[in-house]
Design a protein around this ligand. Structure first.
Ligand code: NAP
Ligand code: MG
Length: 398
């Protein structure tokens, strides 16, 4: 069989530990036999990040801006223990953070639905995608602990010297204070990423906040989203037959619980943090989630939502068998291949991406799965496979 051809390379960001092992197996078993795979390779493994003083991470993000599509393996975010373990010259920042800062993107996460892994919410039939705004609010807040009576004020001193002042509270005793901010530029990028992603996946877009209580702060989010929608996206949404709607966060939560899924729920930073954990755990497992970073100018970086699965890696190093779920990493590849195919007009490649996903789902639905899924499945008499045999089983269907 002739291999499927590509025209533009995908930016390939290799990573760490168990996911690095899976990465190679996926390429060897599921991709290279079928595709004349074109990638521009960046080794984001911790050792190489250290050797390059983390330049490799920046270069991989810049390559993503150039080519438009990347696929990333999970990577270690170093802490003190990792600095020792890898004898690092510095405690390098999170690669995801560095890449996100360069691409200015929003992360979209959606569950991969298979029969036998049932959501805890009975009405959910289709994936619910969470888009989390990833800048500001409480994550960049400044806080004060008040321990005596006094007046708290919110003061803004403009560059031209004008002062705006509001009393927050007159304290008669102890209490707490918090000041937070956001930027129109960041909210607008978020809005464009969400609208583009909705068009891309042909799904309705919901956005929620608390504008009835927060009449300036949250209301600005609501207004900017609406303005960008009307000025730049409304016509395209109507043509695609999808809708954008705004609702209060409490109303959104109630609707989500009664919905059947199949839409994107855009959330402010804190809401997205909390709601994405709720939605993903109710759907089953982090290893069964897709995750893609979308920049406002239309670059895509596909990844798995989980980490490097360190515990399994140490077992692997000790020569023990592992049963690590590679689904999220396989879907990162299929997502990137499908996007590349779409941008370059490569029908064969797009079909291959679909087939790879279908074969993966079929393998699980026919009762062949890794241990994490075997523990939560409703299927009877399943076969628990090790990391390698699971990928080989997918290859048979493929
Ligand atoms: P983790 O890699 O997500 O794994 C935590 C636990 O979840 C595992 O021990 C395993 O449970 C289960 N698990 C996660 N993914 C699985 C999979 N694919 N198949 C089967 N089980 C899976 O989190 P971590 O061990 O706390 O973090 C390890 C490293 O990952 C850290 O250095 C962190 O910095 C990094 N990290 C990277 C990213 C990223 O690059 N996107 C995201 C998060 C964390 P059992 O042990 O019970 O089997
Ligand atoms: Mg969280």
């Amino acid at each position: 069989m002739a291999k499927i051809q590509m025209t533009t390379p995908i930016v390939e960001m290799d990573g760490d530990e168990m996911t690095r092992i899976l990465w190679k197996m996926i390429k060897d078993e599921l991709l290279l036999p079928f595709i004349d795979l074109k990638t521009e390779y960046y080794d984001l493994g911790l050792k190489h990040r250290d050797e390059t003083q983390d330049r490799v991470t920046v270069e991989s993000a810049e390559a993503t801006k150039k080519y438009g599509v990347a696929v990333k393996c999970a990577t270690i975010t170093p802490n003190a223990a990792r600095v020792k373990e890898y004898d690092l010259t510095e405690m390098w920042k999170s690669p995801n953070g560095t890449i996100r800062a360069i691409l200015d993107g929003t992360v979209f996460r959606a569950p991969i639905i298979v029969k036998g892994i049932e959501p805890n919410v009975r009405s959910w039939k289709k994936p619910i995608t969470i888009a989390r705004h990833a800048y500001g609010d409480v994550y960049r807040a400044v806080e004060i602990k008040v321990d005596q009576p006094g007046v708290a004020e919110l003061v803004f001193t403009a560059e031209d010297g004008t002062v705006t002042r509001e009393t927050i509270h007159e304290f008669h005793g102890s209490g707490v204070l918090q000041g937070m901010h956001n930027l129109n530029k960041s909210i607008e990028s978020f809005a464009r990423s969400c609208f583009n992603y909705a068009l891309d996946t042909k799904q309705d877009l919901w956005f929620s906040s608390k504008d009835t209580i927060s009449k300036k702060y949250d209301h600005t989010f609501k207004d900017l989203m609406q303005e960008i929608y009307e000025n730049e996206f409304q016509k395209q949404f109507e043509e695609a037959g999808i809708t954008y709607f705004y609702t209060l966060i409490d109303d959104a939560v109630a609707r989500v619980m009664k919905s059947e899924g199949g839409y994107i729920w855009a959330c402010k930073n804190y809401d997205g943090d909390v709601m994405s954990d709720m939605v993903s755990s109710a759907f089953g497992s982090l290893a069964m989630m897709t995750s893609v970073l979308v920049s406002p100018d239309g670059c895509y970086e596909y990844e798995a939502a989980h980490g490097t699965v360190q515990r399994h890696y140490y077992k692997h190093l000790a020569g023990e068998e592992t049963s690590t779920n590679s689904v999220a990493t396989i879907f990162a590849w299929s997502g990137a291949l499908r996007k590349r195919a779409e941008l370059d007009g490569l029908k064969n490649l797009a079909e291959f991406a679909d087939r790879l996903e279908k074969a993966t789902i079929q393998t699980i639905e026919e009762g062949k799965m890794t241990k994490d899924l075997a523990m939560i499945t409703t299927l009877q008499g399943v076969q628990v496979l090790n990391s390698e045999d699971f990928i080989k089983a997918i290859r048979e269907y493929l």
